[in-house]
Design a protein around this ligand. Structure first.
Ligand code: NDP
Ligand code: PYC
Length: 336
């Protein structure tokens, strides 16, 4: 493993993305999210994704200079056209409008359209909890996942994230793929020549497999929680696809045409203002939420994001450690 300070990781990622041809705004937002992923121990969406972003640009699957366009779609809906660029700059452009609308209406939505998407969603819901709002975000991806009971990949890995602000504590945040695991996790195991646990996917003949290559070679990933994850994933296809006038994961994969680029689709972000849902003082209700969350650790459970917040604190002191092979690939790309 190679150890990098967070500052060195930032410089490495930003240099690669700038050399690849991304504009300043895309370099900044991509670098922030990629380095935050590695810092928080989310390696499937950390420094490895720099390779995917550069490949997507090289193969013409993303516009590295796209400027997002913000539309005031309705009193409680802001729509941002990412114009074929990565989603992160579009999210940044729409966020102040989403927050303002949520505070004004109590609830608001942001639809991001025509975006290329590679990122974890927790950095986005954390921006909403930072503003004192409850946040939800979801999006399709590429159709790599078979619906429960089926063998044909029809669904994306479709992540779903939720954030709840907490007074004087890090927010309650969960963020997971509706597949058993993110595609990035399969890819990291395949690159390392490692096997995967049963339950993550099937081979081209529909048999359970522990070989990540068999999933890539005509097999399919599986949803988490059988029919429950399958239905949640389908909901995400619908509300972050046709509902907002954008592509499903099947259509995204067709659009890719075998290039191996990041998925191209939309994203739906919802924001709710806790001070607007109840008459009177919201503080006692917030305190009841705290009582529930505070009971987790004493019960023997842990809260989602606890591991991630611990990794964040550790990385700020120690930096991050990445595989030698990944480091060599990144350095080769930087010096190309
Ligand atoms: P994981 O299965 O590793 O975990 C996801 C969530 O569950 C995290 O919030 C995690 O908290 C929490 N968690 C894990 N174990 C426990 C536990 N024992 N008790 C309580 N909570 C727990 O993630 P996935 O592989 O499903 O997804 C990883 C990332 O991939 C996500 O950030 C997601 O947004 C991203 N992704 C992005 C896609 C895209 O299209 N852009 C597609 C698919 C995934 P903690 O982090 O603290 O462990
Ligand atoms: O890991 O499933 C994944 C993924 C898809 C798009 C970005 N990440």
């Amino acid at each position: 493993m190679i150890q990098l300070s967070l500052a060195d990781a930032r410089t490495l990622v930003a240099t690669i993305l700038a050399n690849a041809g991304f504009s300043e705004g895309h370099v900044r937002t991509l670098t922030d999210t990629i380095v935050a992923g590695e810092r928080d121990g989310c390696t499937s969406h950390g420094l490895y994704r720099t390779l995917v972003c550069a490949h997507s640009l090289r193969t013409g699957k993303v516009d590295g200079n796209a400027l997002p366009r913000v539309h005031d779609q309705a009193p409680a809906i802001v729509r941002v056209d990412a114009c074929g660029g990565y989603s992160l700059l579009a999210f940044e452009a729409g966020l102040p409008h989403l927050i303002e609308k949520a505070r004004h209406n109590g609830i608001a939505a942001m639809a991001i359209n025509h975006c290329v998407h590679f990122s974890a969603l927790w950095p986005e819901v954390e921006r909403l909890t930072d503003a004192g709002l409850v946040g939800l975000a979801c999006n399709p991806s590429h159709a790599w996942v078979a619906p429960s009971g089926g063998r044909v990949p029809l669904l994306g890995t479709n992540p779903f994230a939720f954030g709840w602000p907490r007074p004087d504590k890090p927010p309650y945040v969960f963020d997971f793929a509706t597949s058993a695991v993110a595609r990035g996790e399969i890819e990291l195991r395949r690159r390392a020549g490692e096997s995967i646990p049963e339950g993550w996917g099937i081979d081209a003949a529909g048999n359970a497999t522990t070989d990540p290559q068999a999933i890539v070679d005509g097999g399919a990933m599986l949803t988490f929680g059988d029919h429950k994850g399958s239905a949640l994933s389908t909901m995400i296809e619908l509300i972050a696809g046709p509902l907002i006038g954008d592509l499903t994961s099947l259509e995204s994969l067709r659009h890719d045409g075998g290039a191996g680029g990041s998925p191209y689709h939309g994203e739906l972000v919802l924001a709710l203002d806790p001070s607007r849902f109840i008459s009177g003082d919201p503080a006692p209700h917030a305190a009841r939420a705290e009582a529930l969350l505070d009971a987790f650790v004493p019960s023997g459970a842990r809260l989602p994001s606890q591991r991630r917040y611990e990794a964040r604190a550790r990385s700020r002191v120690e930096g991050v450690r990445i595989p030698e092979q990944l480091h060599a690939e990144l350095v080769a790309l930087r010096d190309d």
